[in-house]
Design a protein around this ligand. Structure first.
Ligand SMILES: [Zn+2]
Length: 78
């Protein structure tokens, strides 16, 4: 498998914090995905996509327990 972004061939499974956006928040989910070690592009297989969709749906229904690990802040700079 070659990276479609940088054409590198060094793609390996990695544990990453995937960010799932809800209306206002970002929820981190630890996932095992393929990552290009040259440019950092992530590749999701069907199983990973399904998991993300499932979590997204459950978050909408508030069916998952989430824990605050930090805050998202914004600076007002011109
Ligand atoms: Zn790449």
């Amino acid at each position: 498998m070659k990276c479609v972004i940088c054409k590198g061939s060094d793609i390996e499974p990695k544990i990453v914090d995937e960010q799932i956006r809800t209306e206002r928040d970002i929820v981190l989910v630890t996932m095992n995905v393929l990552v290009c070690s040259s440019c950092g592009e992530r590749y999701y297989d069907k199983k990973a996509m399904k998991k993300i969709e499932e979590i997204r749906t459950r978050l909408k229904k508030r069916d998952l327990e989430v824990k605050e690990v930090g805050k998202i802040m914004r600076v007002h700079a011109a």
